[in-house]
Design a binder for this molecule. Sequence first.
Ligand code: ADP
Ligand code: ZN
Length: 432
Amino acid sequence: MYFHDAETLERSALEKLQAERLKKTIELAANSPYYSEVFKNNKIDPSIIETVDDVKKLPFTTKEDLRSQYPYGLLTQSLDNFVRLHASSGTTGTPTAVFYTQKDLDTWADLMARSMYAVGLRKSDVLQNMSGYGLFTGGLGIHYGSERLGCLTVPAGAGNTKRQIKLIRDFNVTALHIIPSFALYFAAKVRAEGFDPADMPWKIALIGAEPHTEHARKKIEEMLHIKAYNSYGLSEMNGPGVAFECTQQSGMHIWEDSFIAEIIDPETGDPVEDGEIGELVMTTITREGMPIIRYRTRDLTRFIPGQCKCGRTSRRIDRIMGRADDMLILKGVNIYPMQIEKIIMGIPEVGQNYVIELIKEGLVDQIRVKVEIKEEFFVEDMRALQGLQKMIAGKLRDEILVTPRVELVQHNSIPKSEGKAKRVIDLRETED
Ligand code: ADP
Ligand code: ZN
């Protein structure tokens, strides 16, 4: 383990540490314009915290709160103590900005290094960071973590597949950081360039930043001949390095000595039963410049009961099912995009990409799933294609309980974004 003591703390010792750090966080947060006001209105001071469970006495912080305080409302110190800012990619609206002191950057790099160590990376590894740099935390966040671990780090950035392949071959890259929706596209491209992924030097991929299913992971592993590990983070909680798989690949360890995690019912705000799915809520307890308390991530997951075989004692979360905002309601049934991905990525004829379109049929909402089919299956035989289409629609109906429209499209015909994939497109206004 990278930090043996911190990663193997007994539960009681960990919770004691969390309570101490939470108390300290409240003291610090009270120096920010936003929390000083919130604390005054809710009569909150550090003395109300005795155990980590007392975190429930604190109010939630939402994305809207962060937006309303943009840019400086949550800062606990004067601006000259800060050395970096990042902003969320704005997938769901106006971005939010996060500021870091040098100490915050150090803490983050340590969390990242620990995460990478957990999946087997060592200082002898060469890591190519294929995510966009700039404001997106997947660039510099992974970069500094990799350097902290001592890996030779190749800041390739996103896009330009040919050049990526050249760098990988020239510098014997053993690890990739790559967005899952791009990984499948990349694998196909590597083959198209005449290389066999099995002959490439890589062995480990860190994949994250967007929801993906176990099937998609398996597909990435097979197509790239690589071991792929799930990486979870969000800019409000630094960025990547919040929760990470270990070599067991059985859920992501949340680094609980830096974050207090809760899972709540998104409607009521109450904690869900242990092991039930709900919204992840997180509190920073080692950040000094911009602490955030009980942040509503909108991400849906569950705690995985029991201990991990690796010996780390922090709890694990299941892969993210999606964002609460991504839920579609069709004929009264709740549907998550990942339910759809789970089915289609398990069908051998399906290629790398898909998109879910929300459409109107007469007066009712309907979804149309456009699925790319592998070149070898996209034959002229209409009957075979119709059979495939029906089969996919049937399997989807079994999973989501309503029958969606299914459209089979040619390999590489769905536009591929360089950043996070947009899986759901609402066409209800534009199509009549
Ligand atoms: P944005 O909300 O604009 O995308 P971020 O770049 O901060 O901003 O992205 C954080 C979000 O990305 C998370 O809240 C989550 O929805 C998603 N995400 C990050 N890592 C994963 C992962 N491993 N699995 C699923 N979703 C993830
Ligand atoms: Zn583990």
